[in-house]
Structure formats: structure tokens, C-alpha cells
Design a protein around this ligand. Sequence first.
Ligand code: GDP
Ligand code: IMO
Ligand code: MG
Length: 429
Amino acid sequence: MANVAVIGAQWGDEGKGKIVDWLAERADMVVRFQGGHNAGHTLVVGENVYKLSLLPSGIVRGTPSFIGNGVVLDPWALKNEIARLGAQGVTATPETLRIADTCALILPFHRDLDGLREDASGAGKIGTTRRGIGPAYEDKVGRRAIRVCDLAHLDDLGPQLDRLTAHHDALRAGFGEPPIDRARLIAELREIAGFVLPFAKPVWRDLNAARSAGKRILFEGAQGVLLDVDHGTYPFVTSSNTIAGAAAGGSGLGPSAVGFVLGIAKAYTTRVGSGPFPTELENETGERLGVRGHEFGTVTGRKRRCGWFDAVLVRQAAAVGGITGIALTKIDVLDGFAAVSICTGYKLRGETLDYFPAHAADQALVEPIYETMEGWQETTAGARSWADLPAQAIKYIRRIEELIRCPVTLVSTSPQRADTILVRDPFSD
Ligand code: GDP
Ligand code: IMO
Ligand code: MG
């Protein structure tokens, strides 16, 4: 029985939340393994719309949910999200949600620093979600972080807190900000500890036991491969590894724990924040994609940039991300276009490239080579079987499969949970 990892195959917002929620019916547990509340997933179930950032998307179905050690956790954001979903009838209790006691915490000064840096960067800003994700990961790697397990030992933070505040006070001084108020920080942590600690567990033990018992584990990635800190459009990336390879390390399981890797890709491309985007359409067609696709960020409400499907980028994402099959989402957004284009390669200084170059200057300069196909006038919205799709839409999907060298195993045709076409069940592999 394969465990399944779901990862984004573009720049995030591909519809991972919808697909994870849908697959969660077949899973015994859902595990987040990287990122934090920079993620924003919208799930639509009948009349109900759920917006999740930090909580695994399985929580909506009541599937046991885990936040793995690779996640950076803002405890106040956690509390707010649990309260917000509670008001919608979705409950997260220590029985249904477990948080790795080794997660590094996002603290208020991480959020401050993220915002201060962005404000000071002018045109060169990354366009982060300003949630403190980058600064929290920096402290984790710099061995200064306060972790979930430290919440039970707040009187013993001593030298660790010295290192952390010395580092941040110097940075804050550079921005003209006052030093960290340590007494206030400890008081705030003491207050939130009572909320977080009942969820804190050695998650790796539960997951290893589940694996030994043959349970089906669904790993839920956030962001997308093109935002991966190693493989993405650096420096316009997030601060974690978003590839499937991170699922095992970010949850406390060995690499063989992941069987099927389901990459989620939109039938076109979007990006929120700064950075290169070869197929971006800053014209009426881009506007039309944005309006039809409701392309506004779940987390920040920012307008997403829109463009044609880039098969070069998704092929690269499939390779470095370890993707076994693709779930192609939002095909319905392309309904009614007279023609649809796919990027099949790039021109760079007179040469043809079949991959995305590493350097930011080259990435900004590449010009897409397009293949244009006739569109379809019928609606695909709400289609639940292959037979419901117009012939041209099937042709488009088949061409994408060829170009990215990866099979399409699911197609999503609306935000609704049930409007999903299953071509091959990732769990049955
Ligand atoms: P995630 O971050 O990858 O989970 O994606 P988001 O939730 O941020 O963005 C995807 C958006 O598209 C959400 O508003 C979904 O409700 C919506 N969505 C997902 N799948 C489909 C689909 O097949 N068709 C349409 N029209 N919308 C979809
Ligand atoms: P989901 O899980 C889209 C982008 C930000 C910015 C860059 C760095 O919903 O797909 P960060 O706050 O992580 O330091 O920002 O990454 N970004 C996302 N874009 N979807 C996301 O998550 C994102 N999470 C971060 O816009 O460009
Ligand atoms: Mg999103």
C-alpha cells in the first residue's frame, strides 16, 4: 500500500487543499511536513467554505491530523485558526490533532522582521506573506529557535534565549527598533503554552507506529516546487524544501515512507509575490484567467499574477519533486477560450532551452516558445468523469502529459470536493 504525498508543482495555490481533502477520505491520517501559516488552502464542501493555513486539510473530514517537525509553528495563529474553524463546526482536539514537539516556533519578532525587511527592500522585495516564516527557519538552522517542547520548560531557556535575543536585538537595532522585551515574551509564551502543550507529542512515534500497522498516510505539502528554497526561483522562494523528499524528513519517517507523489498543477499558471514568471500575461487574457479563476490569495488577499501553462517548469518540477502523477486542477477556468497556449521551451540569447536556468537574470530574460491549440466552448465545470470532458479539453490534457512526461491521474473541474475525475487512485499503487 502506497502512502501518498501531495505537493504543489508550480508556485503554490494549485488547489492542493481541495485534493488533500478529497483524498483524505481514503487516508488514515494527514501530515503537514513543511512551511507554516504562509499556506492558504480553500476547501469547498457543499455550501461550506473552509480556509486553512496551518491545520492539515484532513481536519475538515475529521481525519486524524499531524503537524510534523518540519513545520514552523506560530502558536497564536494556531489558536486563532482552531477557534475560527471551531465556529464552523470543525474541531481540532488533542485526539484529532497532534503537533511535533520538535517544531520551531514563529515568534512575534519573526513577523516584525519579515515585515521590516520587506518594507526596506523596495523594488527588490520578495513579496513574502509577512508571517515570519523566513526568519523562523533562519533561527532553526542557526540553532537559536525556541521549539514546542521548550514551552514546558520556560524557566530553563537561559543561554538559548540569550543567543536568540542577542541575534535579534542587533538586527532590530539596524531597523531602529527597540530590543526584545524578554519578560513580556516569556509571559506571552507562558500564556499560550497552556493551549499548545496538550497537542504536543513525539509525532514521529505515532507515524512510525502507523506505518508499521499498514495505515495509509497522506502527506500534505504547502507552497510548490518552484518556491522550494533549493529548486525554486531563488531568491524569490519560500524558506523550506517543498519537494516530496521533504515529507519524510519533515515528519520523522524514513525516505521509503512515501510511495506515490501526487503533484498538483493548475491548467494554467499563477504566482503571488515577486519573481520571474515567463508565461505571465499582463493583458486582457491574464485578467480573464484571474477573474474566471478567482485568483486572489487566501492568506493575504493579494491578486495573483496569471499566465499560460508552462510545461517546461512543470516538467522540471516533476523531475526534482519526485512526482509520480499529476492532478490537473481548474481546467474549467479555460472553458470558452478561443485558443489556449502551452509553453514548450524557452529562447535565451538566441539559444533554445528545455529547462529553466538557475540564475535570476537568465530567468527574467527567457522568452517562452508557445504551442497554441484550439480551445473548447463547452463547459467542463462540474465534470466528474472523463466522458463529460469535451474532446478539445482531453486533447489539451493529453498534450500536457506528453510535454511534462508525467501522467495525469486526477482532474479537478470546480472548487467543490466531489467535482473531481479520478483516472488512477494514488493509494492503490
Ligand atoms: P492551495 O494553496 O494549493 O490549496 O490552493 P488555494 O486554495 O490557495 O487556491 C486554489 C483555489 O482554487 C481555491 O479557491 C479553490 O477553491 C479553487 N479550486 C480548486 N480546484 C478548482 C477547480 O478545479 N476549479 C476551480 N474553478 N477552482 C478550483
Ligand atoms: P500555498 O500552500 C503561493 C510565496 C509568497 C512569496 C514567497 C515567500 O497556499 O500554496 P514566505 O511568506 O513563505 O516567506 O513567502 O512564497 N508563498 C506562496 N505563494 N502559495 C503559498 O502557499 C505560498 N506560501 C508562500 O507569496 O512569494
Ligand atoms: Mg494557497
